[in-house]
Design a protein around this ligand. Sequence first.
Ligand code: ADP
Ligand code: ZN
Length: 315
Amino acid sequence: MKPILALDFGGTKLAAALVNPGEREWWRYERCLSPMNADASTDLEIMRSLIHSLLQGTTPSAIGVSFGGPVDATTGTVKLSHHVPGWENIPLQDLLTAEFGVPTTVDNDANVAALGEYRFGAGQGYDSLFYITISTGVGGGWVLNGKPWRGASGMAGEIGHMVVDPSGPLCLCGKQGCVERLASGPYMAQNARDILANRAKLHHGTILKNLVADDLNSLTGKLVSEAAAQGDDIAQAVLQKSAWALGVGIGNVANLINPQRFILGGSVTKASASWWSVVQKTARETALPEVSLEIVPAALGDDAPLWGAVALSGQ
Ligand code: ADP
Ligand code: ZN
C-alpha cells in the first residue's frame, strides 16, 4: 500500500510527513522554518524539497494539505496568507495534483487541526467539537456530526474576531475588543507594552521590564507568561485578560452550538494552570447553567495539522 503525504504550510514553518495507511506514527518526517522574507514561491520551493527528500522516488496514494490562511476548500484554492505575501488566489490543490499526479485535498489549518484532533487526538469518540488555536492568531475549526463544518463561505469558526469587549482595544480586523486582540501571544505582548509605557504605572511591571532589559520591543507573549509566573503584576493582569476574553468567547459559543468538547491548542495554552482555570471559570460563568461544557487541551500538539491532513486525504 502506498503512503499518504501530509503537508503543513504554517505561518512560520513548513512541515511534511509520510504515513502508511492505518498507522499512527510517521514513517518519515521533515520540517523547517520559513525564511524571514518568505513569499509563496519560496515556501513552495522549500516544500518541494522537503517532499522530494521524503518520497525518495516513491509515489504517495494521496496528498492532504493544511494551509495557514483562508482557503476555498471546494476547489483547494488559497485565498491569501496573513503572514506570507504572494499567496493570493494560488490554486494549491491543482498545482500539487498536476505535479504529483495523485488526489490532493487542501483546507485551512484550524479546520484541518480540528479534523486531526477528531480522528487521532482529544476529539476521538466525540462527534461535535470545536478546536481553537491560541497562538500568533486565534482561530477555530468545527467538526459537527462527525464532519467538518466550514460555513456558507468557508469562514465558520472565526472565534478570534468575536467581540467580547466592544470598547476594548482596536484589532487588526478593524473592530474593538476581539478575542484575538486580547488573547493572542503578540497582542498580549502589545498590551503589556502599552501598560508599561503608561507613566502612572511606573513602579509596576518590574519583573517584566527586567526580563527584556528595558527593551519593550522585545516583549513576547511567552515572556509575559514567564513574568506572570514570577509574580509580575502587569503580566498577570494581561494574561488574565487573555484567558477571560477566550472564556467569554467559549461560553458564548457553548450557548449557541453546545458542542460536546472544546479542544484548545497553540502555544499560548502552555501559559500556566491559572490561565487555564480563568478560561474554564469564565466560560462556565458565561454559558447558561444547563449548557454542558467541557474544555480540554489538544493532544496532538504541533502535529495536529499534519494528522488532520492525513484525515483530510480520506484516510
Ligand atoms: P507559532 O505557533 O505561530 O509557530 P510560537 O509557537 O513560537 O509560534 O508562538 C506563538 C505565540 O505564542 C507567540 O506570540 C509566543 O510569544 C506565544 N507563546 C509561546 N509560548 C507561550 C507561553 N508559554 N505562554 C504564553 N504565550 C506563549
Ligand atoms: Zn478582530
